[in-house]
Structure formats: structure tokens, C-alpha cells
Design a protein around this ligand. Structure first.
Ligand code: GDP
Ligand code: CA
Length: 335
């Protein structure tokens, strides 16, 4: 096996990929030719204080680059918040979405590159020269595609029916205001970033980590051309459930599933992605051992499933999970 392509959101995608790299290092020591490409969700991106902020790209870059704030799962380790306090003192920006001082350095450099005419792919490649994530990190698209949430209830200055940026709903309201649905602003004009369709079509294995199936993986798949590439690739496509025992392990992914009418269950999410043999995107799906009863309905739907521990509590456990995903794909790494 030579090429692995991962379709990733932020924290779940980043941690899974870190485990994957750790596992690959066992069978393919440094210098061997396995190439991992990560296609990242950019639907959470926004302009804030004049800066382009790309939460999922940065979570992946910092996690794989060894500078993530581990407990929190996003942002830089050893962060301070002096600049944000200054911005708040001017009454500007979002006081519920703090950007750390070190993190601001990244956003300033990225924004400068974009203003100079670089694409987001080029800016990401530039930032990765410093962080050396060990993967080829690609944004899903170079065009802005921003997930907005249609509120189903009132919240502060917003009324039911208003559209708010995903991060406002997620971080400010902790997904506590019901959502009527999601709108990907800019999607129609977007195309997959250079190399994305090729990375999927030319992969030996495509992996879908335990990322948010609606606003991370769902958004990536919605970019024109990406779902078609996943459907068309000759590589096996294996996903990992972000739901264990009926709830999202970390975060509030249930609220996103509720908004699109999908039950928060390991089987339900796998069936929502669907079998490739029946018009969906999966060949294989890993559920947690507590969700073993999901195996029968998944098999009936044409999805090869296995029940293994899905908690990514540390790197070795996550490496073992990545090994299970590769073996379900029929490509175990030589030990
Ligand atoms: P975000 O962009 O930072 O929200 O991250 P993602 O979209 O990549 O993934 C977030 C989702 O990952 C969470 O809502 C959880 O459902 C899932 N998740 C987080 N940690 C774990 C874990 O240890 N195991 C599994 N199976 N899923 C996890
Ligand atoms: Ca995200």
C-alpha cells in the first residue's frame, strides 16, 4: 500500500491521522514511500478581525506538528490571550471566539499570503513548511465555502429562521439552540482544491476518520466533484464511527445529526453515509465494541463492519484503531 487519503474535520480527524502515522511508522519506517494525504474541511473557516481563520486545517497542522493544546484539542500549546483582550477592549470581534496570541501569528501570515494572491492550498503548504505535519495537507476547496446554521429558535439578537455562521452556533450557543438545517454558503461556485480528486481517485485506501458526519465530512463530500471521486475510486473506503454508545464522544455532534434527521447511533451514521454498492460512500465501517449490535443492520445494507475499541484516548490506542481501519480495508500494514 502506498497512498492513503483521509477526509478530515478538526479534532477527530487530526487525532485519527496522528494515530495512523504512528501505526504506519511501525510497518513503513522513515524513508519508505507511503504518502498520506489529508483533505480537510474548510466549512468552518471565517474572516475574523480581518484575518482568515481555518479551524480544522490548523487543528490538523498543530496536532501533527506537535504543538496542539492537547487537553483542549485545538489551538496552540502554551498559548496566551493578550491580543484578544485588547481586541475585546475595543469592542470588536467575537468575545466568545478567542484567538490566542501564538495562533494569531498563523492567521496573520495566512491572511497576508491570501491578500498577496496565494490560494488557500498554497498558503496551507507554506504554513506546513514550518509544522512538517508528515502528510500532504489539502483544503477541500480553494474557494470559500462557509457552513451557516438556520436557527430553529431565537438566540440573543438572532430570531428563528436567521442564518448564523457555524462557529457562532457551535461555540457561542454550544449548539444549544436547535438548528433547522445547514447551508454551505459558496458551495455552488466551489470546486475541489487542486490534487483533491486525484488523491481520492489514485488512493490505495480512503479513510473517513471519526469526524463530524454532518458539518465536517458532510461538507467535504458536498464540494462538487468530491463525492463523485469517493464513489468512483477503486480504493476501498473505510470510515470510523464518531458515535459511541449513542453519543458523540467529545463535542455536540448529536445536535448536527438531529438537524438533518439522523439518529445519533453508530449504525445510523454508517447507514447515513451508505454503502458504495448502494449509492453511498462506504465499503467498511468501524463501530465501537459497545455497538456490536450495529453489525447486522450494517451488513444487511452492504457495509462491511467490525466492532473494535474506538476511543482515541492516546496515540497508541489511536494507532491500534488506524490499524483496524486499514485491515478492514484489506490493506494491513506489514509489521
Ligand atoms: P471538529 O472539527 O474539531 O469538530 O472535529 P471533527 O469533525 O474531526 O470531529 C469531531 C467529532 O469526533 C466529535 O463530535 C466526536 O463525535 C468524534 N470524536 C472525538 N473524539 C473521539 C474518539 O476518541 N473516538 C471516536 N470514535 N470519536 C471521537
Ligand atoms: Ca470543525
Amino acid at each position: 500500500m502506498k497512498r492513503i487519503t483521509v477526509l478530515a474535520g478538526g479534532i477527530g480527524g487530526a487525532r485519527f491521522t496522528r494515530g495512523l502515522l504512528s501505526h504506519l511508522a511501525v510497518g513503513y519506517p522513515a524513508g519508505s514511500s507511503v504518502e498520506v494525504t489529508v483533505v480537510a474541511n474548510t466549512g468552518d473557516d471565517m474572516w475574523l478581525n480581518g484575518l482568515r481563520v481555518c479551524p480544522d486545517l490548523d487543528t490538523i497542522m498543530y496536532t501533527l506538528g506537535g504543538s496542539i493544546e492537547e487537553e483542549q484539542g485545538w489551538g496552540r500549546a502554551g498559548e496566551s490571550r493578550r491580543a484578544s483582550a485588547e481586541i475585546a477592549a475595543y469592542g470588536r470581534g467575537w468575545d466568545w471566539f478567542t484567538l490566542g496570541d501564538l495562533d494569531l501569528g498563523t492567521h496573520i501570515v495566512r491572511s497576508e499570503l491570501l491578500r498577496e494572491g496565494a490560494t488557500l492550498s498554497e498558503a496551507t503548504q507554506f504554513l506546513c513548511r514550518r509544522w512538517l505535519p508528515g502528510v500532504r495537507l489539502l483544503p477541500m476547496s480553494d474557494q470559500p465555502v462557509e457552513t451557516h446554521v438556520r436557527l430553529a429558535g431565537d438566540a440573543d439578537e438572532h430570531a428563528a429562521g436567521d442564518l448564523v455562521h457555524f462557529e457562532e452556533w457551535w461555540v457561542r450557543y454550544r449548539a444549544g439552540v436547535p438548528a433547522a438545517g445547514f447551508v454551505q454558503v459558496g458551495l455552488e461556485a466551489a470546486t475541489a482544491a487542486p490534487g483533491v480528486a486525484e488523491a481520492i481517485l489514485g488512493a490505495d485506501v480512503v479513510l473517513i476518520p471519526p469526524s463530524n458526519p454532518v458539518v465536517s465530512v458532510g461538507t467535504i463530500l458536498a464540494v462538487p466533484g468530491i463525492r463523485d471521486a469517493v464513489r468512483a475510486t477503486t480504493a476501498p473506503v473505510v470510515g470510523v464511527s464518531p458515535i459511541i454508545g449513542g453519543s458523540a464522544v467529545r463535542g455536540m455532534a448529536e445536535a448536527c445529526l438531529a438537524a438533518i434527521g439522523v439518529e445519533a447511533g453508530a449504525a445510523a451514521v454508517g447507514l447515513h453515509y451508505g454503502a458504495r454498492s448502494a449509492g453511498g460512500v462506504l465499503d467498511g465501517w468501524l463501530v465501537d465494541t459497545v455497538d456490536a449490535d450495529a453489525l447486522v443492520p450494517l451488513a444487511e445494507a452492504g457495509i462491511r463492519a467490525a466492532a473494535v475499541p474506538l476511543w482515541m484516548s492516546d496515540v497508541p490506542l489511536t494507532a491500534a484503531l488506524a490499524a483496524e481501519a486499514l485491515s478492514l480495508a484489506g490493506h494491513p500494514v506489514p509489521a
